[in-house]
Unconditional design. Structure first.
Length: 343
């Protein structure tokens, strides 16, 4: 079933004032001239700033919190599609306040899905993260539970008119939550760039690629599907050197050690998922595991062989060196604006 954005009369973006949300709002404004866009978030100041910068009558702003079911319901009346981007995303803050991550990322996502179902929304795509795979921190664990919540809804509500799917992607370059703005600020202050582990790798993806992944899910998803976008990676050291050199500064690095809840590398898809995934070129589609509570068939027949399949992670994907990272960063308008060279 196609859920193309061009046919939607009303699209809701939860967390719509964040890096992803504001990008997708502007993209819809350009590509779907007749669509009403609802920005749902709890940040009044960011909504005011966004309202002033967009100056569009097609964008309506809803103050609310995904933790509050009633405020979500109000925003979803007569909506066709929902981009669910509202989340707590900072690893350290979720480590110190894990129940806050649960309330927003798990219970809040359940509220979004239930409100979409109640209001007859055609499709919801929930934004996930590579940190949800083999999670070792509270943020990743809460995002893994978000995925399970979405999949459980699809499994338990086969007759629902709402298609709920999830996506996973890695670090979004030059977004507010990425390390690149920190590196840029450290260069400007004449400080050494702080890196946790020189050999630590991370996936690299642009905001536009993240939005394209969600659009792909809207068009191609069946209930409970998970979509992963393939992406290159680099070491944190090469990323820091690339930022320094692009800003015309000799790289100076200071190793500070791994922070709370950080991994040496991130995984976007497990071998268990890949063995049943569809390779769609730039994407993997992992269909819903549709086993019910009767596990007799599982025990009798077993699972597909996974020993010959590797996880898909930032250590074994395409690895960019310093020059490759520089080429990639130079192509990003967001990075050019960050260092003061773009419009």
């Amino acid at each position: 079933m196609s859920n193309g954005l061009e046919n939607a009369n009303v699209i809701v973006v939860t967390g719509g004032t964040g890096s992803f949300g504001s990008t997708v709002v502007r993209r819809i404004l350009r590509s779907s001239p007749d669509t009403e866009i609802r920005v749902f978030s709890r940040d009044e100041l960011k909504q005011h700033e966004m309202r002033s910068s967009l100056a569009s009558e097609r964008v309506r702003f809803y103050i609310g919190d995904v933790r509050d079911q009633e405020s979500v319901n109000r925003a979803f009346v007569d909506a066709d599609l929902v981009f669910h981007a509202a989340a707590l995303k900072q690893v350290p803050s979720c480590e110190f306040f894990p129940m806050e991550a649960v309330r927003t990322n798990v219970i809040g996502s359940a509220n979004v899905i239930e409100a979409a179902h109640t209001n007859g929304v055609k499709a919801v795509v929930c934004l996930g993260t590579d940190k949800a795979v083999y999670p070792i921190n509270a943020m990743g664990m809460s995002k893994a539970m978000m995925e399970k919540t979405a999949q459980a809804f699809a499994r338990n509500n086969p007759n629902s008119n709402t298609i709920v799917s999830t996506v996973r992607y890695g670090n979004v370059m030059a977004s507010r939550g990425s390390v690149i703005p920190l590196f840029v600020e450290q260069v400007r202050q004449g400080q050494p760039l702080t890196i946790t582990d020189p050999g630590m790798t991370r996936f690299l993806m642009s905001l536009d690629e993240a939005v394209h992944l969600v659009e792909h899910a809207f068009v191609n998803a069946s209930p409970g599907d998970l979509f992963v976008r393939k992406a290159p990676a680099s070491t944190v050291q090469d990323l820091a050197i690339a930022v320094s050199e692009l800003m015309g500064v000799e790289p100076r690095l200071r190793v500070i050690g791994t922070r709370h809840g950080e991994k040496l590398y991130e995984t976007l898809a497990t071998r268990e998922e890949l063995v049943r995934a569809d390779d769609q070129g730039n994407f993997y589609r992992v269909p819903l595991d549709a086993r019910d509570l009767n596990y007799a068939q599982f025990y009798n027949e077993g699972e597909l062989v996974t020993s010959h399949v590797e996880d898909y992670h930032s250590h074994n994907t395409t690895r960019l060196d310093v020059e490759g990272v520089k080429t990639l960063l130079t192509s990003l308008p967001a990075f050019q604006r960050l260092i003061g060279r773009g419009a």
